[in-house]
Design a protein around this ligand. Structure first.
Ligand code: PMP
Length: 419
């Protein structure tokens, strides 16, 4: 009899039967508040009726039409609709299936467009698990252990993770930008640097928001040296942070935006958006694959954009995000075991630290397990997996946030008792 590979190890024993909105129902009929949203994917909630209807309708018409031969309506419609929400000037779109593939597409584009070999990524960033994306990932060695030799040309600069450094944000930002300039002087001259890849808020790296000064610093250096500024919005995009794009919080315009996760409510779909001028520099044939821009995924994405707009999910993410952040901070105030609670919109992270300030992985894991037993599904993140993250569907309401906070308060009290 076949069994699951150990690679499919789960953090909880839950086996799901079906999902509806913010809830998952397991095979024993128990209801769970899903504050993971399939790792920030099911933003419109599980099986939103409008997404289900659009996908069903499309399945009956056309499931797959390959773009090297034919174009199909959902892909054209989605491109039009994305044009309405993307930053001005980023009016050329290319599609793939996963976040990692979007990262690779942008990497290829930047190298081909600039004819330069190097990319600079930021410490704690997560960009995926294909070999190139894993090389660019620094949110934990586990993502690239044993798969080397890794891709060449990747250099890592600091990210302004103020709590980790024990500094205020301004000091952390000055340090990060100064180190970036030092990197230019020592290992990757600007004339050898094709792109910066940065998340507007570190996702897997611990829910650490960037800031305006830091991203303005990247924008300025990108402009000065002809470097392509790539914003990885795979986890932060589509309203997740309480603004449509994560970078909307920080007043900059990127050269390339990477999209996936919240784009299609759970159907595999990703993409990159750039200016027509930049996109024209990609070599034909060097990008893409069989399934990119799948017709059913595109139809689901159009319905997702409808739901985000009609149900005002960006505004809801901002309001419910404030409620969740404030509530989680009140809970943290009651124990010395939590070093910091931070986030943007409906990305809220609680960082567990030991009495000496070092990361406390065990308590974070215990909190995740205990929460699951009590009907609240959560994830961990951070280089030390010591940050518990809450990333509910954007349709979550005030009462459901209160329910989650009630469970979370009890969980934190029980796992930190005596600390
Ligand atoms: N970039 C970011 C910011 C992500 O959060 C992720 C997934 N967690 C990825 C890229 C990779 O996406 P995928 O798992 O779909 O390859």
């Amino acid at each position: 009899m076949a069994e699951l590979s150990p690679l499919l190890k789960q953090a909880t024993p839950v086996v799901v039967d079906h999902g509806e909105g913010v809830y998952l129902y397991d095979v024993d009929g128990k209801r769970h508040l899903d504050f993971t949203a399939g790792i920030g994917v099911t933003s419109t909630g599980h099986c939103h009726p409008r997404v289900v209807e659009a996908a069903r309708d499309q399945i009956g018409k056309l499931i797959h039409g390959q773009y090297t031969t034919v174009m199909h309506k959902p892909l054209l419609e989605l491109t039009k609709r994305l044009g309405e929400v993307l930053p001005t000037g980023l009016d050329s779109l290319f599609y793939a299936n996963s976040g990692s593939e979007a990262v690779e597409a942008a990497l290829r584009l930047a190298r081909q467009a600039t004819q330069r070999p190097n990319v600079i990524v930021f410490q704690g960033g997560f960009h995926g698990r294909t070999v190139a994306a894993a090389t660019m990932t620094t949110s934990g060695t586990r993502f690239s252990t044993g798969i080397g030799p890794l891709m060449g040309g990747v250099h890592v600069a600091p990210f302004p993770y103020a709590y980790h450094y024990g500094w205020d944000e301004q000091t952390a930002t000055k340090f990060a930008l100064r180190e970036l300039d030092y990197l230019f002087q020592t290992v990757s001259a600007p004339s050898e640097t094709a792109a910066f890849f940065v998340e507007p808020i570190l996702g897997e790296g611990g829910y650490v928001p960037a800031n305006s000064e830091f991203l303005a610093g990247l924008r300025e250096r990108a402009d000065r040296h002809g470097i392509v500024l790539v914003l990885d919005e795979v986890q932060a995009g589509f309203g997740r942070t309480g603004k449509f794009w994560g970078h909307d919080h920080f007043g900059i315009t990127p050269d390339v935006v990477l999209i996936a996760k919240g784009l299609a409510s759970g159907f595999p779909l990703s993409g990159i958006a750039a200016s027509q001028e930049l996109m024209a520099k990609a070599y034909p044939g060097s990008q893409g694959g069989t399934y990119g821009g799948n017709a059913v995924s595109c139809a689901a994405a159009v319905a997702t954009l409808d739901v985000i707009r009609d149900e005002k999910l960006v505004e809801n993410a901002a309001e419910r995000g404030r409620q969740l952040l404030e509530g989680a901070r009140l809970i943290a105030d009651k124990t010395p075991a939590i070093g910091e609670v931070r986030g943007l919109g409906l990305l809220v992270g609680t960082e567990f630290t030991a009495a000496d300030g070092t990361p406390d992985t065990a308590t974070a894991a215990a909190a995740q397990q205990t929460a699951a037993k009590n009907g609240l599904l959560l994830l961990t993140c951070g280089a030390y997996s010591n940050v518990v993250r809450m990333v509910p569907p954007l349709v979550v309401n005030a009462e459901q946030v209160d329910d989650a906070l009630k469970i979370w308060g009890d969980v934190v009290a029980s796992v930190t008792a005596g600390s």
